[in-house]
Design a protein around this ligand. Structure first.
Ligand SMILES: [Zn+2]
Ligand SMILES: [Zn+2]
Length: 122
């Protein structure tokens, strides 16, 4: 059965990891704890509803989640293993791309390619 303690375990895994994770990725990572996939879905939904977690939608992937408290950052999506990584900081000059008289409310930047494990640097 679901319990607040298990929800916290899921949320704290997301805090400790280096990028947004899907329900299945969390399930794989927490397999040793015996937390079932249904509980993980509930924990992720509850976290998103209460504002503890932020929903991260990346192209072609399942919905991922990250702590809402994480500062402004972007993501790198690996074409090899489909893992998403946090990228620190931001790009300069994003505001310069704005057409005249448009108002900017936010932006997203997605980097993609191959992570180090998938031979990106080789
Ligand atoms: Zn990879
Ligand atoms: Zn940015």
């Amino acid at each position: 059965m679901s319990s607040p303690r298990k929800h916290e375990e899921v949320w704290s895994y997301l805090t400790d990891t280096d990028g947004p994770r899907s329900a299945h990725e969390v399930h794989e990572a927490l397999e040793h704890t015996g937390i079932g996939i249904a509980t993980i879905y509930r924990a992720l939904n509850a976290g998103a509803e209460s504002g503890v977690l932020r929903v991260v939608e990346l192209p072609g992937g399942s919905t991922r989640y990250e702590p809402a408290s994480r500062a402004h950052h972007h993501h790198f999506l690996c074409d090899g293993c489909d893992t998403a990584f946090d990228v620190e900081g931001c790009a300069d000059g994003v505001r310069d791309l704005l057409p005249p008289d448009f108002q900017l409310n936010g932006h997203e930047i997605l980097l993609y390619g191959l992570c180090a494990d998938c031979g990106g640097a080789a």
